[in-house]
Design a protein around this ligand. Structure first.
Ligand code: ZN
Length: 421
């Protein structure tokens, strides 16, 4: 009887899995839309469809089982209604919703999702999280992949380079580095930085362990001028992605608002993860889960910022520090956040509780004897009360620590395993 059950389960897992070649071609369909709203409302409007040449994603793990991100793009086969692809992600719009500005005005952000290019008609759906953090539908759009309105025009054709190559993008995790604020004359300097940061990545765990499962690509995307905008200093430069400091009026928060413009450049290489290298020495960076990461790489702290931001971009890790000024109620205290490295203790059982030693109290006092232990320390997710972090310090808290804590490390490994199968 047991054997019979095992056989049934085995056959379900083999035959239940979506086969890439049944539904998809080996290139990308990009769906551009506008994400608009204010503090309490949001809506998405269709913009355009674009065919892009590479598909860097997995061909095995098509349906997302990670449950990370504030949004989930889902692709259903139009005839059978079967879910054939999904991916979690977060967005700059959703962060903006927690700022003071969002209480007063409506705003629109250009956004974009990519999916493997479908063979047949599909329904694309984007879900967001409700008050209980469950996914609910925000928007859907029917797509006929034979439509002649799907643009085959690449806005920018730039050369790509392999900085670190482990093999086939389908079975490796592909990070693409994009040049921002580098002029044509500075492209050698960009390549040098790509090599430097490419090597730096593998000094940190778990990336060191996964060195032969990661590809790093560079796209040589020149700007007319060097640097990034610094509005408070009246510095305005003409760069290819128009990155800017003072995002949400936070000086060090360098971001790009036009995500579609970022995708235009990333399309020049296969990728799972976009990383923008900004040619600045002023301290700064930013990152959003499965959206993009950006670091001002000429700053002395650039290497650690680079790793910290990848924690956000790759797995959606939360910041473990307190910041009273930028956001309002970023995490709801009455629900368990989906981020793997913080808890509100609403459902701590699903977080790192199983990793705790029995003698460590929950919550864990900020006392010397616990400073090197895994615990549940109050303060994190931008607030001092009600959100807890796993260790007294980690690279998601201060750069000085220089490493991820255990729950973050395990979460990153889970993502790298998922994407490199
Ligand atoms: Zn951060």
């Amino acid at each position: 009887m047991k054997l019979f059950l095992i056989l049934i389960l085995l056959s379900c897992s083999i035959f239940g899995q979506i086969k890439f070649d049944d539904y998809f071609l080996s290139k990308t369909l990009r769906v551009d839309y506008f994400h608009s709203g204010n503090k309490t409302e949001e809506w998405m409007t269709y913009s355009k469809l674009i065919e892009e040449p590479y598909w860097g994603g997995s061909r095995i793990n098509l349906v997302d089982t990670l449950n990370l991100g504030n949004f989930m793009v889902k692709v259903f086969d139009a005839t059978s209604g079967t879910l054939i692809y999904s991916r979690g992600f977060s967005s700059l719009f959703q962060e903006w919703q927690t700022t003071d500005e969002a209480k007063k005005v409506n705003k629109t952000f250009p956004e974009s999702v990519i999916i493997p290019f479908p063979k047949n008609k599909i329904k694309l759906q984007i879900d967001g999280r409700d008050d209980k953090n469950n996914f609910v539908k925000i928007w859907e759009y029917d797509i006929d992949p034979t439509s002649y309105f799907i643009s085959k025009e690449m806005k920018h054709k730039f050369p790509n380079m392999k900085i670190h190559y482990s093999g086939d993008p389908a079975v490796n995790y592909d990070i693409v580095l994009l040049a921002e604020g580098y002029t044509n004359d500075e492209m050698e300097d960009f390549i040098e930085s790509c090599n430097f940061y490419g090597e730096a990545l593998f000094k940190y765990e778990p990336f060191k362990e996964y060195k032969d499962k990661i590809n790093i690509w560079a796209v040589l995307s020149p700007s007319k001028e060097s640097g990034s905008d610094i509005p408070a200093d009246s510095v305005w430069v003409n760069t290819i992605m128009n990155s800017s400091y003072y995002t949400f009026n936070s000086e060090r928060y360098v971001m790009v608002e036009d995500f579609q413009g970022v995708r235009d450049i990333a399309a020049n290489a296969p990728y799972d993860q976009i990383y923008i290298l900004a040619n600045n020495d002023k301290y700064g960076g930013g990152a959003i889960y499965n959206f993009y990461s950006i670091t001002a790489i000429k700053n002395a702290a650039g290497e650690k910022v680079f790793i910290h931001e990848l924690g956000h971009g790759l797995v959606g890790l939360a910041d473990e520090y307190v910041d009273k000024y930028t956001y309002n109620e970023y995490y709801k205290l009455d629900v368990e956040p989906w981020e793997p490295n913080i808890t509100t203790l609403v459902n701590f059982d699903e977080k790192w509780k199983y990793l705790l030693d029995e003698d460590v109290p929950v919550p864990t006092p900020n006392e010397e004897r616990y400073k090197s232990r895994l615990g549940v320390f109050e303060g994190g997710g931008y607030v001092a009360k009600g959100v807890y972090r796993p260790t007294f310090d980690s690279i998601m808290n201060t750069l000085a620590s220089g490493k991820f804590n255990l729950p973050s490390l395990l979460a990153i490994k889970k993502v790298l395993d998922f994407y490199s199968k």
